[in-house]
Design a protein. Structure first.
Length: 223
């Protein structure tokens, strides 16, 4: 069996496992009882907002598209670096998802456009030992996610929000969006996706944030 097939098998298994967890938690229940739906959609401890707050380390790197690049490397068969035109020439993906920030605000129905993480995985072909991705930002920020979370069908490397190019404040030209985690895992100004075989806690993860960050389990802090 090729490495590729066993990786896909592994991912599929994890995705199925997650869906089973959702089912057990009743997350995918639908019905016409609005309050119940709302309760299921807003994770515990969150409040709904309609604006989009800005949170970062206070440095908002200015990366013009002409100087921008994205490198995908580490434990992959085919590392790549895209300039802006190469990135924009990839199959375009769009998805609507909810934002949950660990600082307790959530924002529903965000329309994202960009390149799906699954497309990137297909191109670079992770080696079998790759199990985590370290996302790096142009500001020096890092954050870690499992390969399964990175490969989720709603995860992308986004250039647009609500039909407009991402502003610099929100991580433009390009940021990661990994909806199944709190937003700190969605690196802004993303510059590098590094596939690794040993988890490496990132900027906030070494500062007391939870290593995973699933809002449905309230994985906010590591203590
Ligand atoms: N490169 C980079 N990405 C980052 C951060 C950062 O400081 N640098 N902050 C994270 C945190 S803690 C949060 S809550 C979200 C905030 O995204 P927003 O400002 O678009 O709401 O970005 C995440 N991604
Ligand atoms: Mo945050």
């Amino acid at each position: 069996m090729s490495d590729e097939i066993s990786i896909l098998g592994k991912l599929k298994e994890k995705l199925i496992q997650r869906k089973q967890e959702w089912a057990r938690d009743g997350r995918l229940l639908t019905g016409n009882q609005t309050m119940e739906d709302r309760e299921l959609r807003l994770p515990r401890g969150q409040r709904l907002v309609t604006d989009w707050p800005v949170l970062d380390l206070g440095i908002q790197p200015d990366v013009p598209t002409a100087a921008w690049s994205l490198t995908v490397d580490g434990l992959v068969e085919n590392p790549l670096t895209w300039d802006w035109d190469q990135y924009m020439a990839q199959p375009q993906f769009e998805d609507v998802s909810d934002i949950h920030c660990v600082t307790a605000w959530s924002r529903y129905d965000n329309l994202w456009q960009g390149v799906s993480t699954r497309h990137i995985i297909d191109l670079v072909k992770p080696k079998t030992e790759a199990n985590h991705i370290i996302l790096h930002g142009f500001d020096g920020y890092t954050t870690n996610v499992t390969l399964a979370a990175f490969a989720a069908d709603d995860a992308l490397i986004a250039h647009s929000w609500e039909g407009e190019k991402l502003t610099r404040q929100h991580g433009g030209p390009v940021r990661a969006i990994i909806p199944q985690y709190y937003l700190w895992k969605s690196a802004k100004w993303v510059s590098r996706l590094e596939f690794v075989d040993a988890d490496q806690p990132g900027f906030w993860e070494v500062r007391g944030y939870h290593n995973e960050g699933d809002p449905w389990k309230e994985e906010r802090y590591s203590f």
